[in-house]
Design a protein around this ligand. Structure first.
Ligand code: PEP
Length: 270
């Protein structure tokens, strides 16, 4: 049974004082026990958010991690440094691919560091607009998955709770989201590609999130798709009202899915 996950990517927003306050507010406005909530603030805000959320079942994630365990890498943050501050980590976000030159090979190594440190990874994949227009979206995403996942044991990644976020680059921060049906087709493509990469049936257990201009007004379109298990939310995740709407809708989905599953299991048992 795949969880419903709403992860907030705050990018380069908030000071530590603002982050603690915002995390507290969002946590209080999004209490949905059936939804896995994750907040990913900037590195320097992790401690403030952790302290603000001590009594709240909200997970904390980092926005990236270095691909080496330690060494002469000025300004970088290793997975080991995150222990005690974060339990999740985003890897492969398109803004890191674009601004920090992170390649699929580096992202694969980041995944390895995350696993070594016991961090739960959210692996981001997604095509550029010209790829989509040329009908290459699935090929690009499959290549990104192969580049990042090759060499990793599917069992280990599955046990670590790997989550994949399908984030079409043209939809991130643009206000132009994908259509729910297209995002669902890409979620199916993600699981299909993972199946071909040695995951077999275990690919079906991997939660796939949609990301790209998600708001409280359009989240329903994505969660109506059984292939989509939640969202990675950027801009809207900085607004408590928006997060309340998004997580509230995710709670309805999570309950409906678990009722449907219980019904199916019940009819199978008879
Ligand atoms: C993101 O940062 O992953 C993202 C999807 O951003 P936005 O929701 O602002 O498009």
């Amino acid at each position: 049974m795949r969880p419903v996950v709403i992860a907030a990517n705050w990018k380069m927003h908030t000071t530590p004082a603002e982050a603690g306050e915002l995390a507290r507010l969002i946590a209080a406005r999004t209490r949905e026990p059936d939804v896995v909530r994750v907040i990913c603030p900037p590195f320097v805000c992790l401690a403030a958010v952790r302290d603000a959320l001590l009594d709240e079942p909200v997970a904390i994630g980092a926005q990236t991690v270095h691909h080496e365990a330690r060494g002469a890498f000025t300004g970088m943050i290793s997975a080991e440094m995150l222990v005690g501050l974060a339990s999740w980590v985003i890897v492969g976000h398109s803004e890191r691919r674009r601004d920090a030159g992170e390649t699929d090979e580096i992202i694969g190594r980041q995944l390895g560091r995350a696993l070594d440190a016991g961090l739960r990874p959210i692996l981001c994949v997604g095509e550029q607009l010209d790829d989509r227009e040329a009908g290459r979206a699935e090929t690009v995403v499959e290549r990104q998955l192969r580049g990042a996942l090759t060499g990793h044991d599917p069992v280990r990644l599955g046990e670590a709770g790997l989550v994949v976020a399908y984030e079409p680059v043209w939809a991130i921060g643009t206000g132009r989201s994908a259509h729910g049906a297209d995002a669902a087709a890409m979620a199916d493509a993600v699981r299909g590609a993972m199946g071909n990469l040695g995951w077999g049936a275990a690919a079906d257990a991997v939660p796939v999130l949609y990301g790209g201009s998600v708001t409280s007004a359009n989240i329903e379109e994505f969660l109506a798709e059984p292939a989509i298990d939640g969202a990675l939310v950027g801009g809207a995740s900085l607004k408590a009202d928006e997060m309340a709407g998004i997580v509230g809708r995710a709670g309805i989905t999570a309950r409906a899915r678990s009722t449907a599953r219980a019904r199916t299991a019940g009819s199978g048992a008879r």
